[in-house]
Design a protein around this ligand. Structure first.
Ligand code: 6PG
Length: 267
């Protein structure tokens, strides 16, 4: 089904022959973390991104996952969101709602989406406030080393430019350290207005999974995990900055995205 899993200093690599294998592995992984979190804390907090990742989560709606997952314990958040109406085709909320949330018995009040009637700045600040309340009540855990929320699982995609969430290469939002959620109004990828978790929040999660598929991402993916490459391009790459401080990082990759790994030695 896949190449062996490889443990590297940049996390675990799972390289798959097909998107079908990759998505099966991804949903098994999500279901295991969900089960472990519910067992340990009684809840499972998951933050979603947009992109093709959501299509892959479609398998969660099928047996056996649809029946075995404790959906009532899921609390759902968004790593990033485009500042558009929830009914807009660009909305990450709409994508997840139609691709997953409408099809499984999650509790509507557990779905924490962004307020789409506000400006990007206001929406970011309101979303951060909402998450702060849930950290105070310990529904969301808190990091042991800073005051950041510790989500049980953060799911990320990666663009061909190496962006993750709405954190783009060379953008000032990448440097935000003391806020949990920030906003941008000049996204290089449309739509321009977005809100996003900051890198410290991503790196405080218990588990971070990054899904990378397609040949257009092969070079950015190599830069993200080749620790011998210390050029400015690689060090400034958002995907390279994904380094959970205490959590576990797993890369779900297809063969095309892994094409440039030949010769990379993993330390
Ligand atoms: C966005 C997208 C984006 C996406 C990556 C990977 O907000 O513009 O959500 O960040 O996650 O570009 O997308 P694909 O997996 O579809 O290539």
């Amino acid at each position: 089904m896949s190449f062996p899993r490889v443990e590297t200093s940049r996390g675990e690599l799972r390289i798959h022959d097909s998107l079908d294998d990759l998505s099966t592995d991804l949903v098994e992984y999500i279901s295991e973390i969900s089960e472990a979190s519910v067992k340990e804390r009684g809840v499972f907090t998951i933050a979603l991104s947009g992109g093709s990742l959501i299509d892959m989560l479609g398998k969660l709606c099928d047996a056996p996952f649809s029946k075995t997952i404790d959906w009532g314990k899921w609390y759902i958040f968004w790593v990033d969101e485009r500042v558009v109406a929830k009914s807009h085709a660009d909305s990450n909320y709409k994508l997840a709602k139609e691709g997953l949330l409408n099809k499984v018995p999650v509790i509507p009040s557990h779905v924490h989406s962004i307020n789409d009637s506000l400006s990007a700045e206001e929406a970011a600040s309101e979303y951060e406030f909402e998450i702060r309340q849930l950290v105070k009540s310990r529904l969301i855990s808190v990091s042991d080393i800073n005051d950041c929320p510790k989500f049980d699982l953060i799911l990320l995609g990666m663009g061909p430019d190496g962006h993750v969430a709405s954190l783009f290469p060379n953008h000032s939002a990448l440097k935000v350290k003391h806020e949990w959620i920030t906003f941008i109004t000049d996204s290089p990828k449309p739509p321009p207005e977005r809100i996003t978790f900051t890198m410290p929040v991503i790196n405080s999660a218990s588990n971070v999974a990054v899904v990378v598929t397609g040949g257009s991402k092969a070079e950015a993916f190599r830069l993200a995990i080749d620790t011998r490459d210390v050029g400015p391009k690689s060090l400034g790459l958002p995907a390279r900055m994904v380094q959970p401080t205490k959590g576990k990082l797993v890369w779900f990759v297809d063969k095309q995205a892994a094409l440039k790994l030949d010769g990379v030695e993993f330390s």
